[in-house]
Write a protein that binds this ligand. Structure first.
Ligand SMILES: [Zn+2]
Length: 171
């Protein structure tokens, strides 16, 4: 993953011994919706394009003619830089798609983190409210208890008088 993020056009140019101009001449295309290939514009012949294909039978890259003639090197059975362009184009594309996926993942993660923070914030506020309500409730209970106590105290002071009266009646 770390190596994928480090891939840039310049690191690929270094790896495949290409210039930026050579690399930028290559484009990954899908012909007829199925055939993946890299079209490389000729550096020497304007309008001439080469088509780099993967020969799955021989498991080799082939530089073939797309517009105009085939490149001189491959026509003579030699390796050409167009194949290296194709490799670099594909590797760059792969690195970019990995980067995009990582970016999407990072966005998802940051959204999750945000949601979590929001939830914590709400919970904190709710517990603050709960604490406040508990304090208010305790206040009410305490006041009620105090009222009850003073009512009982007042009653207790009267009771002996009533009791005395009762006893006096029985006597
Ligand atoms: Zn070629």
């Amino acid at each position: 993953m770390a190596t994928a993020t480090a891939i840039t056009p310049s690191t690929l140019c270094e790896k495949y011994h290409l210039t930026i101009e050579q690399l930028s001449a290559g484009t990954h295309v899908v012909l007829n919706g199925t055939q993946h290939c890299v079209i490389v514009e000729s550096a020497s012949v304007p309008g001439q394009e080469y088509k780099i294909i993967w020969n799955s039978e021989y498991k080799v890259l082939q530089c073939t003619a797309h517009n105009g003639e085939a490149c001189k090197a491959s026509a003579n059975g030699k390796q050409c830089y167009h194949k290296r362009v194709a490799l670099a184009v594909i590797e760059l594309e792969k690195a970019q798609s990995i980067r995009e996926r990582q970016q999407e993942q990072a966005e998802v993660e940051s959204t999750k983190e945000y949601q979590f923070e929001q939830a914590i914030q709400e919970f904190w506020q709710a517990s603050q409210t709960f604490e406040q309500l508990t304090a208010e409730f305790n206040q009410i209970i305490q006041e009620a208890n105090e009222r009850e106590k003073s009512r009982r105290d007042a009653q207790r002071l009267k009771l002996p008088l009533n009791g005395n009266k009762g006893f006096s009646l029985l006597r």
